[in-house]
Design a protein around this ligand. Sequence first.
Ligand code: DGL
Length: 281
Amino acid sequence: MIGVFDSGLGGLTVLRTLTERFSAVHFVYLADHAHVPYGNRPSEEIVEYTKGCVEDLFVRGAKLVLLGCNTATAVSLRRLQQQWLPKSRWAGTHNVLGIVAPTVEAATQTPWAVTSPQYPQKYNTDTIGVFGTTRTVTSGVYPEEIRKRCPKVTVVQQICSGLAGAIEEKRPEHLLEELVREGIAGLLKETGGMPPHRAILGCTHFPLVEHLFRKHLPPFTRILSQPEVVSDSFEDYLARRTNYLGGEERGKLSLLTTGDPIEVSEKARVFWPGVPSFARA
Ligand code: DGL
C-alpha cells in the first residue's frame, strides 16, 4: 500500500496518473480538507498537519507516502525526513517523498543526486518560471535547487495565492482565467516581458487549469506537468525499492478526507469523473 497526501483535491492530478501507471498497486489518498488551503498558512502549521497526515497513512499500512503537494513538500519534507522520521517508530521501515525533486530533475535535466553544475547543463541560460502558492514560493526551494544544478538559469517565481482555493471551490472558468492571467502578468513583470522557456506549475491544483496557462503563454514555453514528471520519477524509484510494493489488496484505491466526505466526493468527480467516493479519515 502506498500513501499519497495533499491538502485537498490537487493531489488527485498526480494520483490519477499514478493509478494509470501502477494498476496493481493499492493507493490510499488522504486529503486534509479540515485545513485546506495550506498555501498561505504559517510553516509550523503546515509541518504539523503534514506530519499528522503522514502518520495517519503509516498507521493505515502505507510504508511509503508521497506528498502530492508542493506546499507540504517545500515547507515540511526536509524536516520530516531529517528530524522526525529518523527518531520515530517508523525509522528504517517507512519513507516519505515529495514532488519538488522530480520537478527540479525535469526542469534542469539533471538527476537529483547531482548537486553541482555539470556539463552541459551548467551552460544553460534559459529562464524558468515557477508558479506556486505563497508558502511554496517563499520557501525558495525551487530557485535554490535549480540554481545548484544550473547556476546560469534565471528562475522567476510568481505567487498565485488565490488560485488553488478558487480551483478547489470550483469557481467559474472566467474567474480562474483571470487569476491565471494575473499570475502570468506578474511573472512577466519580473522578466521584462520575456516569457519563460519552461514553466513549472508548482502546485498540484494547477494542472486543472493547465489549459489556461497554455492559452496565455506562448507556444515556445514548455509547461512542466507534475503528474507526468512525478510518475516517471516514481516509476524509477519503485523499480529500485520493490519492498514498498505488494500487499493484499492490489489495485485497490482508497480515498480519505479529514473534511466532509459527501461534499468532497462531489467536488472530486468534477476533477476526475469516475473517481470513487471519499470516506472520512
Ligand atoms: N496543491 C497544493 C500544492 O501543490 C497546495 C494547495 C493549498 O493547499 O494551498 O501546493
